[in-house]
Design a protein around this ligand. Structure first.
Ligand SMILES: Cc1cc2nc3c(=O)[nH]c(=O)nc-3n(C[C@H](O)[C@H](O)[C@H](O)COP(=O)(O)O)c2cc1C
Length: 401
């Protein structure tokens, strides 16, 4: 089989839903909701474009399940039926050409800049960037139960609005990650201590969602292969959590890694072995270990750029779905182009001013991809050659004036 044919094969999830192909657009926070977390026309236009692009699944940027707990200022917030109509239009636009739209559902916990009245987490462990992030208050038992129920309600809203799946955001240092890691979870009750106790939070979220959406609606989770910090969530722990999630009945596990403190999900600070470089994916070694432990469909995200490499990973049965995020912001039609044999890679020009100190700070990268999504939301084409200087100028103007 040709690489493009391998990636075009459909795949049936444990819940019985068939995904049309193996390429998934991973979550990218669009930061483009209207006031009050209402899904906007701009999101409809962006997803209409992505929907025409041919991906098997389009996973939304993180949608918040509680208006008191935003991760970023312009997040979509879904707590109840208030925005059901907007969600329905969003799904229709995204799914008109066969892609499945999944909602990534998140609570940021302690990892939110100063936009919430207060921060909550498993324990009162503050992020080291103290000027930006306040000290969180530990959640009470009752509040934990309310959040679990809230994740379930948001999933039900997605289903009611015609979305075809949901994903729990259990990665990148947000609330679920905070419960999983002994660095941020110091609790001594049933939600802390042993790994079994720390994993209770995502497992209870899963069970609550499943009860509400039924057996035939896809539920996935994105988790870290590791947090890549001393004393934090380790690879061995992640593998054990994958065992627990598999036994619970999860339909798809997406593997990523890192937190705000160590952005391994974007390839930062990880020394890659030559063999890993050839396989491109930042967590290529981990996925092989995960595959040996679970039959649950695996999605791997982070670093994939060459079609041959993606197809190899699928045909070696290391994983079932290839996830990409940043390339979708620049090449929205790339999946169609891959399938027709017109594209063999999705490399993106580096976003650089040429001044090392500025280029290493990371914000230009995020600004570049956010701007591409904004342009598509405004009905324009993305621009791979977007100037780093222009982004820097806009960033300074917005921050200082
Ligand atoms: C602008 C931007 C926003 C992101 N927002 C999210 C998000 O909301 N949820 C999430 O799980 N990952 C998010 N990510 C991480 C991506 O899903 C992905 O894990 C990462 O970009 C690595 O994949 P890539 O190399 O294909 O870009 C974001 C990445 C970028 C660039």
């Amino acid at each position: 089989m040709k690489p493009s044919e391998i990636l075009q094969q459909s795949f049936t999830l444990p819940c019985g839903v068939t995904i049309p192909n193996r390429i998934v657009k991973s979550a990218m926070s669009e930061n483009n909701a209207d006031r009050g977390g209402r899904p906007s026309e701009r999101l409809n236009r962006l997803y209409e474009k992505w929907g025409k692009g041919g991906a098997g699944i389009l996973i939304s940027g993180n949608v918040m399940m509680d208006h008191k707990a935003l991760g970023e200022p312009r997040n979509v917030v879904i707590e109840d039926e208030k925005y059901l109509e907007e969600l329905t239009v969003w799904a229709e636009k995204a799914q008109a050409h066969g892609s499945h739209l999944w909602m990534q559902i998140n609570h940021p916990g302690r990892q939110a800049p100063k936009i919430n009245k207060e921060l909550v987490s498993a324990s009162d462990v503050q992020l080291p960037m103290k000027g930006m992030f306040d000290r969180p208050r530990p959640l009470t038992e009752e509040e934990i139960r309310t959040i679990i129920d809230g994740f379930g309600n948001t999933a039900l809203m997605a289903k009611k609005a015609g979305w075809k799946g949901v994903q729990i955001h259990g990665a990148h240092g947000y609330l679920v990650s905070q419960f999983l890691s002994t660095r941020t979870n110091l609790r001594t009750d049933q939600w802390g201590g042993s790994l079994e106790n720390r994993a209770r939070f995502p497992l209870e979220i899963y069970k609550n969602m499943r009860k509400k959406v039924g057996p035939d609606f896809p539920i996935g989770i994105k988790i870290n292969s590791a947090d890549f910090q001393r004393g934090a969530f380790t690879e061995e722990e992640s593998l054990e959590v994958i065992d627990m999630l598999s036994a619970a009945g999860m339909d798809m596990i997406e593997v990523s890694g890192g937190t705000y403190e160590k952005a391994a999900m974007m390839g930062a600070g990880k020394k890659l072995k030559e063999s890993t470089k050839q396989r491109e994916a930042y967590f290529a070694e981990f996925i092989v270990k995960a595959r040996a432990r679970t039959k649950v469909p695996l999605l791997l995200t982070g670093g994939f750029r060459t079609v041959d490499v993606m197809a190899n990973a699928i045909s070696n049965k290391e994983l079932d779905f290839v996830g990409m995020a940043r390339p979708f912001a620049v090449y929205p039609n790339m999946v169609n182009e891959i399938f027709t044999g017109n594209r063999t890679d999705v490399h993106i020009p580096p976003v650089k001013t040429g001044i090392g100190k500025i280029d290493n700070m990371g914000f230009l990268d995020i600004a570049y991809y956010s701007q591409q999504m904004k342009m598509m939301g405004n009905g324009q084409e993305p621009n791979p050659k977007l100037s780093a200087w222009k982004l820097l100028f806009n960033y300074v103007r917005k921050t200082l004036f």
